[in-house]
Design a protein around this ligand. Structure first.
Ligand code: SAH
Ligand code: F3S
Length: 477
């Protein structure tokens, strides 16, 4: 299970945006995190103004864009295969097609794509999407086009995203961009730049608009949502260390959450990702106060060894993490918790690995995303350490933590048997066309017989059975 939930949707082609007057065709694919999927909606919106409708037929596209991920080597390899595919189509079927690479790989590899590899016409970093009209004009004039300038204040707050590949129920809304945390293994601070927060009024306006269009659930997105802070300007400043005066006038993450929950009481509110070092108790209290804020926290820990956490430059110990989670459960007894974990970080010993398993046993996460360490060029870990854990060992350790997670997931799902949960119906179950699939507040998938309900309905479902990741139930009237 080296896949994230998001990765199960990887590469889905997005179709929806359509204006009658638009004559050109855009094929846009997204890989990686939810933020990339959200960014592609901003890109589609910008290009819609340039005469592009989206298409899901690669061969007929005038412009092919791939929004890329650099988080692990494997993610980059996947994108490379797609680039080969686009180039084959361009060569054999549609020579007028232009190909552009967006997102983190664009930022990381910059002109390399054009100079050495000659596989794309356009390279656009995550903060340069507003420059797309100019870049496109360059490409049309027969020139290569690159913009990988990172910004300190771009939040795309003024762009109304075109909702792509949507079920009309769940939507992503980004609230911060970039990351200042500098975890030593992570490429994100280099590819997405400095952390900045988006104007709360533009966030509220976007969510109100979603509600008006019938959306039922919104996920507030950021690499590190808990450090959201708006001082009237978006640049991050450590909220915990702000002066009393600054705090009095600033909007914190918990305040933003409250504003959103109050303005749309009939919408479910989720958020991701939380960082243990920035998460405050206030957030738990706000979650407790508003029933439409879902009881789930995604709280990556990466390792259960204090020595490794230090080498990762994570700003907390295992003990601090556990006490944060315990505090969460005091305030929110029903809250679910999920993790991200990296196995095989440089110098990780068997003892460190056992510490990770021990932490997992203590928390018993509802679900989680587990990865083998992948060295990323330019990161502190790559400069400081040798990637010295043999592949075989990484593999075995990964299998062990995945297995532990499966058992904990099963333990957690069993606790729901006999209980009634509120489910937001999202789609038909893939395994059984007679059943709906949705999620409860805790973000656990629930399937139940259709019985007259439809996607977008909130349904009370009594849980009768479960697997390690899915609850099985029946609607109660
Ligand atoms: N704060 C971000 C983290 C993005 S990266 C967020 O919004 O979720 C997602 C996860 O990928 C991280 O939590 C980490 O577990 C994993 N990851 C990051 N860099 C990695 C690397 N070099 N090798 C393996 N896994 C990595
Ligand atoms: Fe990466 Fe750590 Fe930020 S995992 S995105 S540097 S919180």
């Amino acid at each position: 299970m080296e896949k994230t939930i998001d990765e199960t949707k990887q590469g889905d082609t997005i179709v929806v945006s359509h204006k009658n007057e638009n004559k050109r065709k855009l094929y846009i694919e997204s890989y990686g995190c939810a933020m990339n999927f959200s960014d592609s909606e901003i890109v589609a919106s910008i290009l819609s103004e340039q005469g592009f409708n989206t298409t899901n037929i690669l061969e007929e596209a005038d412009l092919v864009l791939v929004n890329t991920c650099s988080i692990r080597d494997k993610a980059e390899q996947t994108v490379r295969k797609r680039l080969e595919k686009y180039n084959a189509v361009k060569r054999d079927i549609n020579p007028k097609m232009k190909v552009g690479v967006l997102g983190c790989m664009a930022e990381r590899l910059k002109e390399k794509f054009l100079d050495e590899e000659k596989i794309v016409d356009m390279v656009v970093g995550p903060d340069a999407y507003k420059d797309l009209p100019n870049l496109l004009a360059e490409v049309e004039a027969g020139n290569d086009a690159v913009n990988v300038v990172l910004s300190k204040d771009e939040t795309y707050g003024d762009i109304a995203p075109v909702r792509l590949n949507t079920n009309g129920i769940n939507a992503l809304v980004s609230i911060t961009r970039g990351c200042d945390n500098m975890c030593t293994f992570c490429v994100v601070p280099f590819t997405r730049g400095r952390e900045r927060s988006r104007d709360p009024q533009s966030i509220l306006a976007e969510i109100n608009d979603l509600a008006k269009n019938g959306y039922k659930e919104v996920t507030l997105l950021g690499q590190n949502v808990d450090s959201y802070v708006w001082y009237g300007g978006g640049l991050k400043k450590d909220y915990k260390n702000a002066t009393e005066m600054e705090k009095a006038t600033a909007t914190s993450f918990s305040q933003l959450l409250e504003m959103v929950a109050v303005s749309q009481p009939n919408m479910r509110i989720r958020f991701s990702t939380s960082n243990p070092q920035d998460m405050t108790e206030e957030v738990f209290h706000t979650m407790a106060k508003y029933k439409n804020i879902c009881n789930h926290v995604h709280l990556p820990v990466q390792s259960g060894s204090n020595r490794i956490l230090k080498e990762m430059n994570r700003q907390h110990t295992v003990e601090e993490y556990i006490s944060l989670v315990n505090r969460m459960w005091e305030i929110l007894p029903d809250c679910s918790i999920s993790q991200d974990m990296i196995t095989g970080f440089p110098s990780e010993t068997e003892e460190d690995h056992q510490d990770t398993l021990k932490l997992m046993e203590t928390i018993k996460y509802n679900f989680g995303y587990m990865y083998k360490y992948s060295e990323r060029p330019g990161t502190m870990a790559a400069r400081k350490f040798e990637d010295d854990i043999p592949e075989e060992t990484k593999k075995r350790r990964l299998t062990e933590i995945v297995e532990a997670q499966r058992a904990h997931g099963a333990y957690r799902t069993q606790q729901f048997i006999g209980k009634t949960v509120e489910v937001l119906v999202e789609r038909e179950s893939k395994k059984n066309p007679d059943q709906w699939s949705g999620r409860n507040q805790q973000s656990i998938v629930v399937v139940f017989p259709k019985a007259g309900y439809k996607p977008g309905d909130f349904v009370q479902v009594k849980i009768k059975d479960c697997t390690s990741a899915t609850l099985i139930g029946e609607a109660i009237k």
